[in-house]
Every structure is written in C-alpha cells, then in structure tokens.
Design a protein around this ligand. Structure first.
Ligand SMILES: [Zn+2]
Length: 457
C-alpha cells in the first residue's frame, strides 16, 4: 500500500544509525522512496495517504537469519529433555509429519514471526517444497532451502553413520523442485539457497552436488556447523579434522556461506571461517535452553565476522534472540557491557540482510530499499522511560509491543491485527497437527516416548 508514515520515531539502521525524532517514511510501489523529518515528507508526498505513527517507532522489519518453523511442533518438550534433540526428535518428526501438518506448523511460524516484528524468515529444513507455498502466500520475505544430507539421518540417534547416495538424491530432488518452483518468485520476495544440513551428515559427494546446484542457479549457501559434540566427534572420526576444516577441504567456505551455531569451534576454526568471510547465524536463545550457549562469540566478533541472529527452533521470537544474545555475547567477553545494544539490533536487521547478500534491498530504512517495516508501540511500559531506544528494545522488547509489520509495501499486520492469516484457525490447526504428528512419530518410532499430555488423547 502506498503511504507515508508521519510523526514517527524512525530507527533507520542506516550506516550512521540515525534515529529521526518526529520523522516520516514515504512508501511507493513496495519501496521506501523517502525518509526524513515528518513535515518534509508530508510536504513532498501530498498524494500518499498518511499513516499517523505518533507514539510509535518505525524500524526495519526484523530478519530472522536461521529458523525451522516446523520444529514449533516440539515446543514445550525437547527443551526439557536430556535426549539428543537433533537426531533424536527433530529429524524423525520432520519425516513423520504429513504435508497438512507441515503447512499448519509453517503458518504458526509465520504468525508468531509477524507478531514479533519479523519480516524475513530464512528457512532451511526438510520437505520445504511441500509447505513453502503456504508460507509464501502470507506475503513474508522468505529464503528457503532443503537441508540436504546423504547420511541416513534417521539411524544417527542409534549411533550409526552410513552414507547412502540414494537417500541423498531424495534431498537433492526436493531442493531442485524447490528452486524451480519458488526461486525468485513473488516479485523476488521468495528466494532459495542451497543447504548442507551439517558436516557430519554430508559426504564430500553431497557437498559437491550442492556446489553444482549453487553454480547452476547462482545461489548462496548455508550449513549448520560445529553444533554438537557428536558432530565434531563424527567429523574427526570420518575425516580427521574439525567441521570447519572439513568444509574448507570440500570447497564449502566463502562469503556466500552462512554457518549456523559455531558452538564447538576452536580458535583456529574461527580464524579459518573469518578468513573465508563466512557469516554466522547465531541462535543464542534456543541454544541456551540447557545452559548458556558456549560459542566463542567474543573471538568471533573480534575476528570481524558478520553475526546475524536467528531463532532456530521452537520459537520465532527475535526479541528473545536479541535479549539472550546480548547476555551471551557479554558473557563471552567475561561480563561487562560489550557489545552495546546497538550491535544486537544490527544483528537482527542489517547483519541478517548482509548474510543473505541483500543489504542493498533490506535491513535498514533508506530510499530505494524494499518497504519492509516494523512499527512498535513506544507507549508500551517497557519502552518508558526512553533514554536509549536501542537499549530498551534489546533488553526489554517483546512481541506484545509490535503494532504493524509491512513487507514489500504491504501491511501483513496492521494496528495489531494480522491481515494475512486467520489467527484462530492457524493456532487451532497447529495444535491439532502437533498432537497428530507426535502420535505418528511414536507409532513409527516406538523408542521415542509420547509426552504424557498426549497419551490417551
Ligand atoms: Zn538450525
């Protein structure tokens, strides 16, 4: 919708991190066409309908640099279990779900993301082509990929690592279908990456095949990396090196690569990844459920790595990611006040855009960029007193203060109403789909117990 936001506090996140008090933003044909003092915008764009944003801040739509919306199905379970969540539950349930269940959870993810001010989701997962359409219809900005593996991932929870090219080929087939169907569609709002699931479950053959796809379609890449001790041990057994070294040997490091997690990276790994210009998708909130995330963040930041933020699993709330990220990052420096809140706000906006190679399109409010905007309510109690806005947002911000979200110049949520989804339907469907998926998971894998609350239901 063409419009002009007036009387707003505009958090531009431009190179100078300008915050314009009593500012305005003009939006036309899906793009930001002007940013400046409210009175100037009002004068220069008389034909645009006005949106009064008094008492509100307009900021760039948040960029969730790494998530798996389907894993909301596990919310409230694996966070509190001792089991290997990745191969023990996340992988098996992703195969056990029906396409209807996948779509139900995917829409729940979009709903939660929008309610928490997110405009862009980066979704590497399995069977993505089967639910990408439902997500694309919401109007959100999306980066999809099929998280490929050629190790028989369903066997790994039993300690068995076995490569099978036929299994790997099923992932590649889904990735090709995803690219053909979705890459560059919806006016470029939906794009694809190539994704290797992780170094322990991708053989050199798989990594090569993915590089071929990357070349053929001109895509960027993403991979989970050094996420678990099990992964590090397996790569050591299999290839005699660290996950980062393994990726380097197989031509899988570069400035087009986003690595998620880096939890068990050595100092040498960090230096290697920084040298290759690899971006980090840091998921501090999710990764800290069982104790503070131990990635060497201080070393990573000091090495000049671009750190984007993601939510990873069981939540789409980027305010949690900023808040817990701030705590984790400062903890990594041994306490203190470094980094400052602005760095976390950058990670959730500009850095995420940069990790996608899209900082020229999104991540800040500047003329010429896509109109991906989030409006927050400055009258929310957590925003008062307002002495340093970035500090309030990072330390105390929450989804409840998100008022509107616009993507490509279209309001997907306006004045607290989500316009692109029937909220009640979405939550009811996701609740029903989750119960059904859990029951099927248990039927197919009797060694995975059904949560108490779902027994007999
Ligand atoms: Zn992940």
């Amino acid at each position: 919708m063409d419009c002009k936001f007036l009387n707003a506090t505009v958090v531009t996140q431009n190179e100078r991190r300008e915050v314009i008090a009593n500012g305005g933003v003009a939006v036309k044909d899906g793009r930001i066409v002007a940013v400046g003092p409210s009175a100037e915008i009002e004068r220069a764009w008389p034909e645009l309908p006005a949106v009064d944003a008094a008492g509100k801040a307009v900021m760039p739509g948040l960029v969730n640099g790494h998530t798996h919306v389907l894993l909301l199905v596990l919310r409230g379970t694996v966070e509190d279990m001792g089991a290997d969540a990745i191969y023990g539950y996340m992988t098996p349930i992703s195969f056990a779900m029906t396409d209807d269940e996948r779509q139900a959870l995917a829409l729940l993810g979009c709903l939660e993301a929008l309610r928490s001010g997110t405009a862009t989701l980066v979704e590497p997962f399995r069977h993505v082509v089967n639910y990408a359409g439902a997500m694309a219809e919401t109007g959100m900005r999306l980066w999809f990929s099929e998280s490929c593996a050629d190790a028989l991932t369903l066997k790994i929870r039993r300690g068995i690592y076995e490569f099978d090219p036929a299994w790997g080929e099923t992932f590649l087939e889904r990735e090709r279908a995803l690219i053909e169907k979705f890459h560059g569609t919806h006016d470029g709002r939906v794009r694809c990456q190539v994704a290797a699931h992780a170094p322990d479950n991708c053989s050199p053959w798989m990594l090569r095949k993915l590089n071929d796809l990357r070349e053929k379609y001109g895509l960027r890449r993403t991979v989970h990396m050094a996420q678990s001790k099990g992964e590090v041990a397996q790569v050591q057994r299999y290839a005699g090196c660290t996950p980062a070294q393994y990726l380097e040997r197989n031509d899988w490091l570069g400035p087009d690569v986003v690595g998620a997690h880096w939890t068990y990276c050595s100092d040498d790994d960090v230096a290697l990844l920084a040298k290759h210009g690899v971006h980090m998708a840091h998921c501090p909130a999710n990764s800290s459920r069982r104790g503070p995330h131990t990635a060497p963040v201080a070393k990573i930041l000091d090495a000049g790595v671009n750190v984007a933020l993601g939510t990873d699993n069981m939540t789409e709330d980027m305010f949690q990611a900023m808040k817990i990220g701030s705590i984790i990052h400062r903890g990594s420096y041994g306490g203190g006040t470094n980094p400052q809140p602005q760095a976390l706000l950058d990670a959730a906006t500009r850095n995420g855009a940069l990790s996608l190679g899209a900082l020229d399109q999104i991540g800040s409010i500047e003329p010429g960029k896509k109109a991906d905007l989030t409006v927050i309510d400055l009258d929310d109690p957590c925003m008062v007193p307002r002495i340093n806005l970035a500090s309030n947002i990072v330390h105390y911000g929450h989804p409840g203060m998100v008022e509107s979200v616009m993507v490509d110049g279209e309001f997907l949520m306006r004045e607290r109403k989500v316009l692109c989804l029937d909220e009640k339907d979405v939550v009811r469907n996701a609740q029903a789909a989750s119960g059904a998926a859990w029951r099927r998971l248990h039927e197919k894998n009797p060694d995975l117990p059904l949560p108490e609350a779902l027994r007999g239901a």
